[in-house]
Design a protein around this ligand. Structure first.
Ligand code: SF4
Length: 308
């Protein structure tokens, strides 16, 4: 019996943007990742590291310079109706849900519309009411987006997404700006039902402890590249990349690793952190470290990682 294909498989994804009249800036450089059915993978990195660009390019929402993307084994088609149909099983959850909400529609109308667009078991109205209850919005069904709090709008946006029964959710900073209680609540809603349905979730965030709590596996991005990947349960037990170690220290967990100077500019040759990293050597300034399999599901791109 053949194994099921990955829910999402991205290979060699490279995306660049125009800078000025002639220049181009590489935002995502040869990124590969995969998510199995039911798996939750966290993609972490500082702002501008390319996380959101990976998400948008992987769903075919922005053009890529190179790379291949498969959803459930099906290659991304050319832009147009075929690509929209291909993407139907995948949904994007944004930090700011306002772009997906209509100011003139009530919460109930938003949920019913999504239930009607994505038929499932039971009447659309009943499914919408059940989703409103799950999202804690039953008492707010007649409110329009402007009358809802920020947290309520996010739950409404997430409710719309879940009513589509997506096989893949790409959630881009879904909990940013929420207090700890609301973060946990929203993540519980996001992750509920993934086991039985096989839904996979790519959770993008700069909040390392939160992502480690929610995810099966973590990927770390620096300056457009994946520099580390490992099972979330092993966080803090590995010889981590200096960026991961610094993020752990920033979260209050003492972790060995070279200090990083946040003020220094990225290096355009060799390792992107060569000017920021206290452990940088001549090799780091000349040669970009390849992403290497160190065994036991640990991928690392660093010439001089710290000891575990
Ligand atoms: S490759 Fe060198 S500069 Fe880059 S993170 Fe590792 S030690 Fe630091």
């Amino acid at each position: 019996m053949s194994a099921a294909p990955p829910r999402l498989a991205v290979s060699g994804l490279t995306v660049s943007f125009a800078v000025g009249l002639w220049g181009r800036r590489i935002a995502v450089d040869d990124v590969s990742l995969h998510l199995s059915p039911g798996e939750v993978v966290g993609l972490i990195g500082e702002s501008g590291s390319g996380k959101t660009t990976v998400a948008r390019a992987a769903l075919g929402l922005i053009p890529a310079d190179a790379g291949r993307v498969h959803l459930d084994g099906v290659a991304m088609p050319a832009p147009g109706a075929a690509r929209r149909a291909w993407r139907r099983g995948a949904q994007l959850v944004l930090q700011d849900p306002d772009g997906m909400l209509n100011p003139g529609m009530t919460a109930a109308e938003h949920l019913i519309e999504s239930a009607e667009l994505h038929p499932g078991e039971g009447q659309a109205k009943a499914r919408a009411e059940a989703m409103a209850a799950a999202m804690g919005l039953s008492a707010r069904l007649h409110a329009r987006p402007a009358e809802l709090s920020g947290g309520e709008r996010r739950r409404l946006g997430l409710g719309r997404v879940l009513l589509a029964s997506p096989r893949l959710i790409v959630a881009d900073e879904p909990t940013a700006g929420l207090d700890a209680h609301r973060k946990a609540e929203l993540l519980d809603l996001l992750l509920a039902g993934r086991g039985p349905s096989g839904r996979a979730v790519l959770l993008i965030s700069h909040d390392l402890p939160l992502v480690a709590w929610a995810c099966d596996r973590l990927l770390v991005m620096v300056q457009g590249r994946i520099v580390e990947g490992f099972p979330a349960r092993r966080l803090g037990q590995l010889g981590h990349h200096p960026f991961t170690a610094a993020a752990l220290r920033a979260a209050g967990r003492p972790t060995p690793g070279h200090a990083l100077n946040p003020e220094a500019e990225p290096s355009l040759r060799g390792c992107a952190l060569a000017r920021r990293c206290a452990g940088a050597t001549a090799r780091c300034t000349e040669e970009a470290p390849p992403l290497t399999d160190r065994g036991d599901d640990h991928l690392l791109a660093c010439h001089h990682p710290s000891a575990p």
